[in-house]
Design a protein. Structure first.
Length: 185
């Protein structure tokens, strides 16, 4: 059945981390064979060991309860250059601010975001939805039933974290060592 190669192909083809349950479903649906989770886990470990070789620039990493191929840290500098070159996909300052508010206050309405930012955020919310970094998580129990927004699984992948709990606390971000200029002004 070439279990390792099939799993490797699934992980490679997935745009974001792929969970073991998804791997099992895909294998059973396409190969018409029963697959055990223990076999999948063993195959993933073998793939992981294969990519630990120094001759390879990528590695298999578990992120957000899924598996994904990522570039090894030794190559991050050259990849950063590629990212700089592709600046059109970069988030604007307004989108980053909106995303930060959603990440820390989720679930949050657009009105709450606008009250924090002090400006209209329709465009930023729309762009973040298009990039699938946020999603609609429901409706608030307030007048008008406004939509609630929260971060998506792609957000965790984008930020390189396992869960939202890994974001720095607001206290860490606002301590005095992070200020710019003199406080005497």
């Amino acid at each position: 059945m070439q279990l390792e190669q099939n799993i490797e192909a699934l992980i490679f083809a997935s745009e974001q981390g792929i969970r073991i349950e998804e791997i099992i479903y895909c294998l059973q649906a396409s190969l018409n064979a029963e697959v055990e989770e223990a076999d999948i886990t063993a195959a993933i470990q073998a793939i992981k060991q294969k990519y630990e070789a120094d001759a390879l620039a990528i590695e298999l990493v578990k992120i957000n309860n899924g598996y994904q191929f990522l570039t090894k840290k030794a190559y991050h500098q050259i990849i950063s250059q590629l990212q700089l070159q592709r600046s059109k996909k970069k988030l604007s300052q307004a989108a980053l601010e909106t995303l930060a508010i959603i990440a820390y206050k989720q679930p949050v309405t657009k009105l709450e975001i606008e009250q924090i930012r002090g400006v209209n955020c329709d465009y930023s919310v729309q762009k973040l939805l298009e990039k699938e970094l946020i999603s609609i998580t429901g409706k608030a129990d307030t007048v008008g039933k406004p939509l609630l927004y929260g971060t998506s699984n792609l957000f965790a992948d984008y930020m390189g974290i396992h869960s939202i709990n890994e974001l720095p606390s607001l206290a860490e971000l606002s301590n005095s060592t992070n200020t710019i200029g003199n406080e005497q002004e």
